[in-house]
Design a protein around this ligand. Structure first.
Ligand code: ZN
Length: 285
């Protein structure tokens, strides 16, 4: 079950934002708030969560998330990097619904990699938007390097190699991982209809592309456990070559403990899944 305190904490943030923005009455925010009431009246049991995740619709929805990540992968320094996806989930009529919240930095990092051979365009592009400016300022050495490469000294092999390394670190920090801020959360709440009960935030640990095919995603990290306890980000869906492990981190919040062994793990394995993800095809791009 979802501890009421956490769900309500998230909702309170929304209500405050809504008030601060003086928005017109928003039905979808009302719908979203209704999830918490429904969940308090009838908490989601572990058995319900498991039945929904292992149903044919649940398995299909989860497989589709991993395929979506593979299709969005980014090739850099010869390897493909698969992005995490995430959002908030509900349980409605026995079906888990994973509403996806795009991480705005993913598209910016993708464009950075596309522009890496054109330092002037890359610098112009990043300077245009506040998130781009933040990436420029927080990606170690990037601003200074682009300044050099677009200045009188121009580019050389050393600087290109350094730029590749700096971009690789931006990809590792901002593209591999998923995060959302409260403004983006509110925007996505307004874009979706909400029915049923509230499960919590979710994110995937996608397949990792290796020479021999798709390898398992990593298990929930210490950071994931901290976020679960602090913000109620409970579901981590970990890819396996023959299925998935769905980690429900809500027991950590109840116990206020960062111990992976306390998580409930719902495992799915099947030959169909293994065949689906064993085609040996490389990710798109
Ligand atoms: Zn994670």
């Amino acid at each position: 079950m979802i501890p009421a305190g956490v769900a309500l904490g998230v909702l309170l943030e929304i209500v405050l934002l809504e008030g601060g923005a003086r928005a017109a009455p928003a039905d979808r925010v009302e719908q979203y708030l209704g999830l918490a009431r429904a969940t308090l009246e009838r908490p989601i049991t572990p058995a319900e969560l498991e039945a929904a995740a292992l149903s044919s619709a649940g398995v299909e929805d989860i497989a589709a998330l991993f395929e979506q990540s593979l299709a969005a992968s980014l090739t850099l320094q010869g390897g493909a990097v698969t992005p995490e996806l995430g959002g908030e989930a509900t349980l409605d009529g026995g079906r888990l619904r994973f509403v996806e919240y795009p991480d705005l930095l993913h598209s910016i990092v993708r464009r950075m990699v596309e522009l890496k051979n054109d330092p002037k365009s890359l610098l112009d592009y990043l300077s245009q938007s506040p998130p781009g400016q933040r990436l420029l300022a927080t990606t170690g050495g990037l601003h200074a390097l682009l300044f050099q490469m677009t200045g009188p000294g121009g580019t050389n092999e050393d600087r290109r190699r350094t730029l590749d390394q700096v971009l690789a670190s931006a990809v590792a920090v901002h593209f591999k991982t998923w995060s959302v801020d409260p403004e983006q959360q509110l925007e996505m709440i307004r874009q979706n209809d909400w029915n049923g009960r509230y499960v919590g935030f979710w994110h995937i640990h996608p397949p990792r592309w290796t020479a021999s095919g798709y390898a398992a995603g990593i298990e929930p990290s210490l950071e994931d456990m901290k976020v679960a306890v602090e913000k109620g980000q409970f579901l981590t869906l970990v890819f396996q070559p023959d299925g998935f492990d769905l980690y429900d981190l809500s027991p950590l919040s109840e116990a206020q403990a960062l111990e992976l062994s306390r998580c409930r793990v719902i495992q799915y394995r099947s030959g169909d899944w293994a065949r689906r993800f064993a085609t040996g095809r490389t990710p798109a791009h």
